[in-house]
Design a protein around this ligand. Sequence first.
Ligand SMILES: Nc1ncnc2c1ncn2[C@@H]1O[C@H](COP(=O)(O)OP(=O)(O)OP(=O)(O)O)[C@@H](O)[C@H]1O
Ligand code: SF4
Ligand SMILES: [Mg+2]
Length: 334
Amino acid sequence: MTERSYVEVKDLRRVFDVSKPWLNRVLEGGEKQYLKAVDGVSFSIAKGETFALVGESGSGKSTVARMVVGLLPPTDGEVVIDGVSMSSKAAFAERQRLRRRIQMIFQDPYASLNPRWQVDRIVAEPIRAFRLIEGEKEITARVGELLSLVGLHPADGKKYPHEFSGGQRQRIAIARALASNAEFIVCDEPTSALDVSVQAQILNLMRDLQDRLGLTYLFISHNLAVVRHMASRIGVMYLGRIVEISNGRELFAQPKHPYTRMLLDAVPDVGMTGRQRIPVRGEIPNPINPPTGCTFNPRCPFANERCRAEIPPLLQGVACHAVHEGRLAIGAAA
Ligand SMILES: Nc1ncnc2c1ncn2[C@@H]1O[C@H](COP(=O)(O)OP(=O)(O)OP(=O)(O)O)[C@@H](O)[C@H]1O
Ligand code: SF4
Ligand SMILES: [Mg+2]
């Protein structure tokens, strides 16, 4: 962690109680069951940077996102944003001030936009809630400015969310996030529901806004091609842990972890030449009862006894015994 980090996520953990109801357990038998959705995740993000989390469905990306923005309390660990710990009770007033500066954008903008409100009311809501601007005329002007900033027309404020396409609705969600003068935006699969061409437009808009406003992003996606376009640093998640973390260029040119290699091999246009390919095989195991040792071992062609017994630590950006032992050459040619 550098001193300049704007966001610091330290050893974050989240356990969900997924037991059957008490009465069912008494009548039918069975123990309490717990699911470790996030199991010791740490990363930092510099101001103005995009850090991405990538991984298959169920790897814990959204759970991390919800803890980072304060929608879900962590079971353990800490989130520090601009020097303020989100869990410290002493800093309540400071945390409240910080909330305005942190916003989240979701995969389905329709679900996060009130369908009964006109767009100008939706975008103005954070301005009113945080009392950022006084006076109706001034608020209307600011809403028009925000709609223009995201590529919509100020007159679009008079319409309702259902009158827009998916991409336009995501623009409205971005305008609303910016309405509170947000500095840090957590984007959870913001373009996954959109057509490829629309996806590119929204990603370009987000990059453009980052350049203009100095925004910091935590960007979540299961799609490596999208992440490559957006992030300077990437963390690859598997069953609640980061298994590889590195800058984007290095991750794509020299993936180290077998899981990262497998994900890359599933992307046809990444252009990895000469590297030994690992075919995609198997599915994510049941997280309630994960495999012992390295949780990737049932899917890994390099697994051995040690892998099935010991959890590999994250050393020099990778959590893999074979890499640490030097028995899996990095980016090895076939
Ligand atoms: N409220 C909850 N109660 C119980 N289990 C949960 C809860 N929220 C998430 N989980 C479980 O935690 C694990 C991680 O879920 P999460 O939604 O964070 O994954 P994800 O990486 O965002 O997946 P996706 O790509 O499908 O969005 C999953 O096994 C999920 O079923
Ligand atoms: S630790 Fe073992 S099972 Fe896990 S990824 Fe590395 S080689 Fe594969
Ligand atoms: Mg998710």
